[in-house]
Design a protein around this ligand. Sequence first.
Ligand code: AHN
Ligand code: ZN
Length: 334
Amino acid sequence: MIFLSKNLRKILFMAGIFTFGISCRQHPQTAAQNESAARVAVPEFNADSAYHYTAAQVAFGPRVPNTAAHRACGTYLATELRRFGAEVTEQETTLRTYDRQSIQAKNIIASFRPEQKNRVLLCAHWDSRPFADRDSNPANHRTAIDGANDGAGACGVLLEIARQVGLRQPAVGIDLLLFDAEDWGTAEFDRKNYGSTGWCLGSEYWARNPHRPGYTARYGILLDMVSAPNAQFYKESISVQYAGNIVKKVWEAAQVLGYDAFFVNKPGAAIEDDHVSVIRYRNIPCIDIIQYDPDSSAGFGKYWHTRDDNMSLVSTETLKATGQTVMYVIYNEK
Ligand code: AHN
Ligand code: ZN
């Protein structure tokens, strides 16, 4: 009898846990309520504002290191980021290019809530290429490009994100890194003498000498060439290898927002870009959102590294898709 009642109590007790467990899961909210509770309010990314910041950079003229346009644009970017409430570090250094030029470079780092340990970094390069070495007109090969798509557009997106973050902070701390001297890689006309070197000098310098000793972040997102009309971002393969979960998170966010025409669910090439410095020298997983066009010879559109990379390559639709997707990701982080 005692034996049986003990067992019975046990059974009743277990049944109690079981029904309580189920009722816990069913009781508080309907599925729809649950979904709205899980959804975080993400501010609206203003693409007109990002367009304006892009045009303002291009209006200085090509931002080639050691020129007045470059210096003026660097001041503009740092001033805007301070105006949005970020703590801004201008990291200046002298770098040497593949063709043995000594350049005054400046990485610009803008931090929101720098005391917060839980951080995400967003980056882009702000310099423009000194050579239109893929231009159809050889007379243009030794002239600089506007870099509206290759440089300014991504920084325009980051400035608008900075403005929004300044207005309402996400739970994570945000660092924006605007790298200098990304685009002084070996010119096509120098390839036979130098091979392919000299890209990403600013990001390599920062990654080896971070603005704060021991700086780290949970992960990084690099934007590069994110403004051309109908741009397509394939899943860049170094990103997939070193930060596959971040690629997944970002591409899923784009899908939720209806931007899957821009964020293509296909593997892309391996691209040497600033994210490699972040991964290699800071050990921070970092992805590259970069336009990829398998039909163009270099893979980045026929206007890449030509004089055609001007404001006509800046589409507010593409800026919006990129900016809103990144904002969705950072505002949903805990
Ligand atoms: C290479 O062409 C090796 N990497 C592309 C990096 C780049 C240049 N991004 C913009 N301009
Ligand atoms: Zn470039």
